[in-house]
Design a protein around this ligand. Structure first.
Ligand code: FAD
Length: 398
């Protein structure tokens, strides 16, 4: 295991920094820095700029149209883009469906769908969870019945992030009720514009309608849109989740949020001196710095193992737990550092084009929204309690 960066990796970092200096639009970076909400066009604009360099899905192998980054380059990309306040890459196509198609898709599916993910032509969302099927995903009921060369889909998905922007959804559907629950699930690609698909927004506690319910009524899906074999979707579902969880560790996001916290604690005053000089507050920040350094090292260890060809396994669950705990604690301290200015929370002020003046400094405005929104981190991608069980079973064998 070698945790130092090679000359090639340092050169990649320099190239990336220059690219970000030159090509990341200031309007976008300002929105991200100030915690404003991004709309579809913002993401599309950034994805198109990245794709000029083949970096929208840089970690995809060259044969599939990516830049063939190794795991360390991907890690550097996350570090540098977060530091520069670039929008995150929306993960559903490039980080979730892409790897699934590479591993399980047939030649036609790869040839048709993958270039469309790269170009941003298709916006994907993830149709896994249902009411009654979240942690216990195998109890899902959304049904796909084969009729000739189509499946007829009926049922409901929930918590579908950014489905309001999506034109396609990858779905786990029940194709059999026989035998073990896991053996009757299939992985299906569905066009959101098909008749019978309905999207209903769910407004979250931070005031944003980021997630949705998706309803299917007699939706006709061609059998060519089945990925892998019928009733064998559970293996695909688990494969995709491992990729999703590693992505959630978010070392870059945590580093950026921590330096923002340090900056705020340096500006906010308490008893006539900057908050950062308060021994108790400084100790809390130090604890987080240590935890983050430990996580970053673990992340590099996993990244280094992946670079040597070992796929992420149970480590992705560890990183998911630790990464989300650290980020939630940073949100907690940031809100505390903003003090009373975190109180007048006006959700509309975060919307694009809003000219609402809020009380207090600009860094205080999104602190409460971020605190509320990031409660999700320990829930989505498989809740942290369930990740602990996975670790207990697979690593500790209890
Ligand atoms: C903001 C947000 C965005 C999301 N986006 C998507 C998306 O785009 N697509 C998608 O498919 N899903 C999405 N999800 C769903 C997410 O994956 C589920 O919420 C998650 O898997 C938990 O399922 P649940 O909400 O049904 O909770 P439940 O499974 O009902 O769990 C409720 C509580 O019980 C605990 N619990 C459950 N089982 C156990 C157990 N065996 N042992 C110990 N504790 C347990 C859980 O940890 C949790 O605290 C999103 C969720 C959120 C909050």
């Amino acid at each position: 295991m070698d945790l130092s960066y090679s000359d090639d990796h340092e050169a990649f970092r320099t190239e990336l920094r220059t690219f970000l200096d030159e090509r990341l639009p200031k309007t976008l970076a300002d929105k991200v820095r100030l915690g404003k909400r991004l709309i579809k066009e913002d993401h599309e604009q950034w994805h198109a700029i990245l794709q000029e360099k083949n970096w929208h899905a840089g970690h995809w192998p060259k044969e599939h149209g990516g830049a063939g980054w190794d795991a360390v380059q991907r890690h550097i990309f996350e570090e540098e883009t977060t530091k520069a306040h670039a929008p995150r890459i929306v993960p559903f196509g490039v980080a979730m469906l892409g790897p699934v198609l590479m591993a399980f898709g047939n030649d036609e599916q790869k040839a048709y769908w993958m270039p469309r993910i790269l170009s941003g032509e298709d916006w994907w969302c993830q149709g896994y969870s249902e009411p009654g099927a979240g942690s216990d995903l195998a109890s899902l009921k959304c049904e796909a019945k084969r009729e000739g060369d189509h499946y007829i889909v009926n049922g409901q998905k929930t918590w579908t992030t950014l489905a309001q922007y999506a034109d396609h959804i990858f779905c786990l559907v029940r194709t059999s009720k026989e035998g073990k629950r896991q053996e009757g699930i299939s992985f299906l690609l569905i066009d959101m514009n098909d008749p019978g698909v309905e999207v209903k927004p769910i407004v979250l506690i931070d005031g944003e309608a980021e997630v949705n319910e998706v309803w299917f009524t007699d939706v006709k899906v061609p059998v060519e849109n089945l990925v892998g074999e019928e009733n064998k979707g559970w293996t695909i579902a688990k494969y995709l989740l491992t990729h999703e969880r590693t992505n959630i560790a978010g070392v870059g996001f945590a580093s950026e949020a921590l330096s923002n916290l340090r900056r705020i604690a340096g500006l906010e005053m308490q008893d006539g001196k900057p908050l950062i000089e308060d021994a108790l507050f400084a100790a809390e920040i130090a604890k987080l710095e240590i935890a983050l350094m430990a996580m970053a090292t673990t992340n590099l260890r996993v990244v280094s193992a992946a670079a040597e060809g070992q796929a992420p396994g149970v480590e992705s669950s560890m990183l998911k737990i630790k990464g989300t705990q650290i980020r939630q604690e940073i949100n907690n301290l940031t809100r505390a550092a903003c003090g009373p200015y975190a109180m007048p929370f006006v959700s509309e002020a975060l919307e694009p084009g809003s000219n609402i003046d809020t009380v207090g400094p600009d860094y205080a405005m999104p602190s409460t929204a971020e605190y509320f929104n990031n409660r999700k981190l320990s829930i989505y991608g498989g809740s942290n309690e369930v990740q602990r069980q996975i670790i207990a079973k697979t690593m500790l064998e209890v």
